[in-house]
Design a protein around this ligand. Sequence first.
Ligand SMILES: [Fe+2]
Ligand SMILES: [Fe+2]
Length: 271
Amino acid sequence: MTLIAQISDAHIKAPGKLAYGRVDTATALARAVETVNALDPQPDLVVVSGDLVDGGGAAEYAHLLDLLTPLRAPLRAVPGNHDLRGPLRAALSARCALAPGEGAVDWVEDLAEARVVGLDSSVAGGGHGLLEEASLALLGRALAERQDVPVLIVLHHPPVRLNIPGMDADNLRNSEALAELVRPHGGRVAIACGHLHRSASTVFAGALVTVAPGVSHAVLRTAEPPVRFVMEPPGYVLHSLIDRAWTAETCPVGRFDGPYPFRRADGGFID
Ligand SMILES: [Fe+2]
Ligand SMILES: [Fe+2]
């Protein structure tokens, strides 16, 4: 069985610094890593769907790498609007092979029964998402080359709105270009996004789209600007292939009481 754990929106600061003066994002990411490390079986791959750090500086990426060091499973990541390609590429090259250069941080990872495609939707100096022509071309090739396997596309900016106006304004701007590529393959493709810091799922171009909650703070669901955050429970998403179909399961971060049996030794329910 293919199992991919998606964590999102870590927003790591330099050591000792809180995000927005309030959020200990380092402890939050460490908890997420601990939670994923406790999974049995272990995922085949862990993907981080952008906003790895908060400001894009080298000290933040060094801190991020420290926090990700204990992760047992192989790691992949795509940039978000809070990331900077250069420092991200330099830092993550220590954990996974990335094409060199200044361009979009895109990649293709082949697992035994699935292909995972990471697309860089970040725009220098902008908060919104946009897939460059090179990224769209890479996706087109990746889908065409392996018609025989399910594909999970990972990108930061959702190609769909969530009716949170301040966030929706920054979703993926060229969603239709993505839809054109995905539509012919819809049934075998799933799309894993972040950015909204909320758990959501919908269908886009025939593909299951999942938006992962943040591993730290959540974006407040409200129609009233400005966008604010709220400390709702953090989570992550497990993408699994069951009978060659993608299933997305949103799970809480943390350690919880249990497990406990439902039934007695004689088979009856404990009452
Ligand atoms: Fe974020
Ligand atoms: Fe973002």
